[in-house]
Design a protein around this ligand. Structure first.
Ligand code: GLN
Length: 205
């Protein structure tokens, strides 16, 4: 059956993820489409979703106001696969603290039992790229692009740690939900997008 994959298009890296998923669909030869989504109705029809990087406070507030936050939570709790990238991983978390200002009262989905430190590696000008590894999902080498990136400071017992960088957790997984601190859509490497699409495809077909 044809896959319906969405990129949450409230704010952030939407176009880049659309392109990465399109390439991944083509390379895998999957029958499917990817679209930018923002309304509760659009979200309710999806088989899989990417919450892109951007600014989690904005994504959270706007999705709360337009009613998407509630539908997102229901869909993910009912098994829809999700890839949360950077701000997207923050949205999936239970608790988010900012490195400088501490606890932030931002709307979160509370899907992954993880605590995050936002802007963990510094602000925009401290952005960097580094090799990371996600051995357990057969991606041994990946170019991690870190932009005002969070790190995971605490994980519940049901969370699988996919990757660490400099001793800090930068990618996690629980079932069909994946979160990364780094931005796979800003590299040429679409292996993580392909892995995610395979998850969506296996569940649907
Ligand atoms: N620092 C941003 C936040 O807290 C995330 C940055 C990003 O997604 N590149 O939302």
């Amino acid at each position: 059956m044809s896959l319906n994959v969405g990129i949450l298009a409230i704010q952030g890296d939407v176009q880049e993820n659309l392109l990465s998923v399109k390439s991944a669909i083509d390379e895998l030869g999957i029958d499917g489409k990817v679209t930018a989504v923002k309304t509760p109705d659009e979200i309710s029809q999806l088989d899989g979703l990417i919450i892109p990087g951007g600014e989690s406070t904005t994504i959270g507030q706007l999705s709360l106001v337009n009613g998407s936050l509630k539908v997102l939570k229901e869909k993910i709790e009912n098994g829809m696969p999700v890839l949360g990238i950077c701000a997207g991983m923050i949205m999936l978390s239970k608790t988010a603290n900012d490195r400088v200002i501490g606890k932030t009262d931002q709307p979160l989905l509370d899907i992954l039992d993880i605590k995050l430190e936002r802007n963990s590696f510094g602000r925009q000008r401290e952005s960097f790229e580094a090799n990371v590894s996600m051995e357990s999902i057969n991606i041994p080498k990946f170019n991690g692009v870190f932009i005002r990136a969070p790190s995971v400071s605490d994980v519940g017992s049901d969370i699988e740690i996919l990757s660490k960088f400099n001793g800090r957790i930068v990618a996690v997984k629980k079932g069909n939900v994946i979160g990364t601190s780094f931005h796979p859509e800003l590299t040429e490497d679409i292996s993580l997008h392909k892995y995610f699409l395979n998850l969506v495809n296996t569940l649907k077909n």
